[in-house]
Design a protein around this ligand. Structure first.
Ligand SMILES: Nc1ncnc2c1ncn2[C@@H]1O[C@H](COP(=O)(O)OP(=O)(O)OP(=O)(O)O)[C@@H](O)[C@H]1O
Ligand SMILES: [Mg+2]
Length: 220
């Protein structure tokens, strides 16, 4: 599903963000990416959806080499990958429903279909009663669940989450993690970057640990 072969990423001014990373994430796996601040977690996620290109090495996603992917094939790659970041960037002055509907329009999903789909996703994340609220009035955990629903609009085969619980208190963080675990059980490959060791140990998934850009340990 996701394979990296000797991947390095060096940002300008010789900042080595990733160094000789080789890894394999299986289809339908749930994997944590852990390690201290600056270890390269976000960079690694950005390479997977080709938000960045590696300085060297090869990356296969669904068997396609994303390093050599033509620009014209990028939208198709990105439609298959849902992305959730810590600053979830919801439109705070639009309703929860409108936030999801906007994505549906970008994806070209007709209104008749998107209405049903948004309803189903909001039910899945437990927010159907809040569809007409603005995110402004929701808690941090609820907002993050809207962001998860939004990332699932395109039925992605892969879900990448970067510190999805960074701003949440421990109980809410665990709720969000359980939701991601459910998404995974339904068949989506999930990769979660976090430097929260408690979450990692409580969830018990394979964990790849980065330190200063190197893959130093793997906990099965
Ligand atoms: N766009 C960029 N340009 C230059 N350097 C960058 C860029 N993005 C990241 N870096 C550097 O690359 C290294 C890895 O950063 P990255 O954001 O991947 O770490 P991280 O593990 O996600 O950290 P955190 O836990 O703080 O989010 C850091 O030294 C960072 O300063
Ligand atoms: Mg990061």
């Amino acid at each position: 599903m996701i394979q990296m072969f000797h991947v390095s990423k060096i940002y300008p001014k010789d900042v080595v963000a990733l160094s000789d990373i080789t890894l394999h994430i299986q289809k339908r796996e749930f994997v944590f990416l852990s390690g201290p601040s600056g270890a390269g977690k976000t960079t690694l996620l950005r390479l997977i959806f080709r938000d960045e290109l590696p300085s060297s090495g090869q990356i296969l996603v669904h068997g396609r080499n994303v390093v050599r992917l033509r620009e014209s094939k990028l939208p198709a790659l990105r439609r298959g990958i849902g992305v959730i970041f810590q600053d979830f960037k919801l439109l705070m002055d639009r309703t929860v429903y409108a936030n999801l509907h906007l994505v549906a329009r970008v994806l070209g999903i007709p209104d008749t279909i998107s209405r049903r789909k948004i309803g189903r996703l909001l039910k899945d994340v437990g927010l159907i009663q809040k569809a007409d609220q603005t995110p402004y009035k929701l808690s941090g955990g609820e907002q993050q669940r809207v962001a998860i629903a939004r990332a699932l609009m395109s039925d992605p085969v892969i879900l990448l989450a970067d510190e999805p619980t960074g701003n949440l208190d421990p109980d809410l963080a665990l709720d969000v993690m359980r939701l991601l675990a459910e998404v995974n059980i339904r068949g989506t490959t999930v990769v979660v970057a976090t430097h929260n060791p408690r979450l990692v140990s409580e969830m018990g998934h394979r964990t790849l640990i980065l330190k200063q850009g190197r893959l130093v340990e793997e906990i099965a």
